[in-house]
Design a protein around this ligand. Sequence first.
Ligand code: SF4
Length: 484
Amino acid sequence: MCGIFAVIGAENAAAELYVGLVHLQHRGQDAAGMITFDFKDPDNGIKISKDIGLVSTVFNDAKLLTVNGQMGIGHTRYPTVGVGDAKEVQPFFNRYPDGIGLAFNGNIVNYPVLKEKLKQRRVYLSSSSDAEVLLEIFGYSYGKEEKDGAEAVYSAVRKVHEEAIGGYSVALIIANKGIVAFRDPNGIRPLVMGEKKVNGKKSYAFASESIALSIQGYESIRDLKPGETVFVDKDLKVHSKVIEAGKPAPCVFEYVYFSTVESVYEGMPIYEVRKKLGEELAAKVRKHWPDMQIDVVIPVPDTSRTAANSLAKALGVPYEEGLIKNRYIGRTFIMPVQKIRENAMKLKLKPIESVIKGKNIMVVDDSIVRGTTSRRIVELLRESGAKKVYFLSTFPPIRNPCYYGIDFQRKEELIANGKTIDEIEKEIGADKLIYMDVEGLHKAVGTDKLCTACVTGSYPTTTEHTKELTKLREKHLAQISSKC
Ligand code: SF4
């Protein structure tokens, strides 16, 4: 998962990119970058700045002054391929044709195959990133067009859809031409667009999440349709077309974990979905375990707070903050290797003994992926004197890998792989483990037109080539582990 932001028509594109990326920081903490273009200096208009680190570390005031212009694209990285080194930091840039930069969120399932194909075409790839492959495919096709403009853009995106399998949202900057944004044919990864008018002057922006736009005064925010491409040219004319429409399958994990609670995704406020998830879980508890003695409901901060609160209300049980998150530690799930995740977990959560001691605790988490966090939480609660620990997950058991940009690409790393709920309960050490079910998930989101492949095993794209992808990820993770 990553965060992307693009803007055109701004007074100061870098300033907007910075604010946008800060509000997308939760989508990737590994690296950040931006490319801007200054229409007032078209021959020397492209500026690139990127590095490993958080947005605020990479872009101090001095750095921000080096990127200027009226349009730009930005990226905050969460690695799902690659070895996490500086060569993979996005956006990528190619001088030919025209000067094109690309930032991308998602995963290309057939990346190893495409990489091989490009090698045969004698294209030198400088990184282990699938973003670079997308840029090559787009650029090769765009460069073959006789004329630039919307039709050339559409034809290059069509080529990307033909070649690349996966979940992807992409933002491109074409020097002196404009900004392009597009979504994969199933709309697996999110991408929204907004516009604003300041002193009669229009600007347009695109982002992985609506909060990065609304916080900056953008209005008329809408999701790009699955397979839709939008090209905003230098005169701020908006061209848009659905190039290839597949079955809509936006990632349901965005609602539960990935997106921030202030965002709206596919027209549904994340906050409202999480509230409903809590109510759905409460209904399940009342139906199946009506005699369960619960003294207090606590959330695992921060993502599950909204659901835990609504669950406590629906059950008529006190809601308390029993675990406090160290605000200087990032999201442990999105850290690339287990060793780093485990170390971070030791630093991340602190219990409040007065809330926990001698009580039957119902603890609510957004999901259980590898079980690292869940096991540690149960241990912490017991060490703090909890009488009973009931563990609730607002997401069903994850038994299948995600190939679309969330970093659990191997079955073996999933705690629910091949296990019953009782076995998982035993493994995390809880007195009771209760999961959300798929029906409850659909009810909370208000639709079943979603990707739920990690739960159901039914993938919206072909899974051909996933073996090669998993093998490559294993190789890259081993390389990252050896550096830790
Ligand atoms: S497999 Fe799961 S995490 Fe991956 S895109 Fe689908 S719903 Fe999201």
